[in-house]
Design a binder for this molecule. Structure first.
Ligand code: FPP
Length: 251
């Protein structure tokens, strides 16, 4: 089981019967968090890993089934080489250090993204983690690594087009369900809740198809300050939203 977490934040006022099955997070603001403290950006990323550890545990405690975190986007390659190097080594360190505990807690690890450009050692560490945990039945932790939604959608379009070209499928048979089978998220429901930290109000090429009806909660705190208490607070906000999916409220 997880080691005891900090604080005694309560689950009170959370309806445990209406927990989102899938929570997606844009972990934004590591750099600003550090800069506000006069520290190098790398310190912010390191603190961001600590926040992630707490949020994985908190999500499991809540009974969230799928947690998808935006660890590195296809646009993040535009950052200075030194920062990319730090992010990659933190990603590797995270999985190396956490794997045993994640596995012991029945967490299943998956990665979403363009694998060919991920440094070999990082990819190897994640592939091993996915393999080791593939039969786990608890929380599914999806790490979006070199992920970009437009590329994901294009990949799906090309695969479907290929099926049409080969005669396996005709154009009239293409449905949302068939299309979704070609997305990285093929085994997950759409996220009911998408959280972004640091006050920014953008999707930044994250889960554009899947978030069509997600409730979006913007948290002003930077990612390293996001913790169990703020996670619980976002769930309370979610539970107070009225989800209509384009319809009208009944009754
Ligand atoms: C955004 O902060 C964060 C990232 C680009 C990467 C998120 C990475 C981590 C939390 C650490 C490693 C992740 C895992 C899964 C172990 P930013 O640098 O864009 O901050 P800024 O907007 O203030 O510059």
């Amino acid at each position: 089981m997880w080691k005891k977490d900090s604080g005694d934040v309560q689950l009170k006022n959370i309806d445990m019967k209406r927990i989102p099955r899938h929570l997606a997070i844009i972990m934004d603001g590591n750099g600003r968090w550090a800069q506000q403290k006069g520290l190098p950006r790398s310190v912010g990323h390191r603190a961001g890993v600590e926040a992630l550890r707490e949020v994985v545990r908190g999500s499991d405690e809540l009974g969230i089934k799928y947690l998808t975190v935006y660890a590195f986007s296809t646009e993040n390659w535009k950052r200075p080489q030194s920062e990319i190097g730090i992010l990659m080594s933190l990603l590797k360190e995270y999985i190396r250090k956490e794997l045993a505990e994640l596995h012991a807690n029945n967490v299943k690890i998956c990665i979403f993204g363009q694998e060919e450009d991920i440094p070999k050692d990082v990819l190897k560490a994640y592939n091993e983690a996915c393999e080791k945990t593939k039969n786990n039945t608890g929380l599914v932790l999806n790490v979006a690594l070199n992920y970009g939604s437009r590329i994901e959608i294009l990949k799906a379009v090309k695969e479907v087009a290929q099926e049409v070209q080969s005669g396996a499928l005709n154009v009239q048979q293409i449905t949302e369900e068939i299309f979704e089978k070609h997305l990285y998220t093929k085994d997950c429901p759409d996220p009911e809740l998408l959280v972004r930290t640091s006050g920014e109000m953008r999707l930044s090429n994250y889960l554009l198809w899947q978030a069509a009806y997600s409730e979006i909660v913007i948290v002003n705190e930077c990612w390293p300050d996001f913790n169990r208490a703020l996670l619980f607070e976002t769930i309370r906000i979610f539970q107070n939203r009225e989800r209509r999916f384009g319809g009208v409220k009944e009754g």
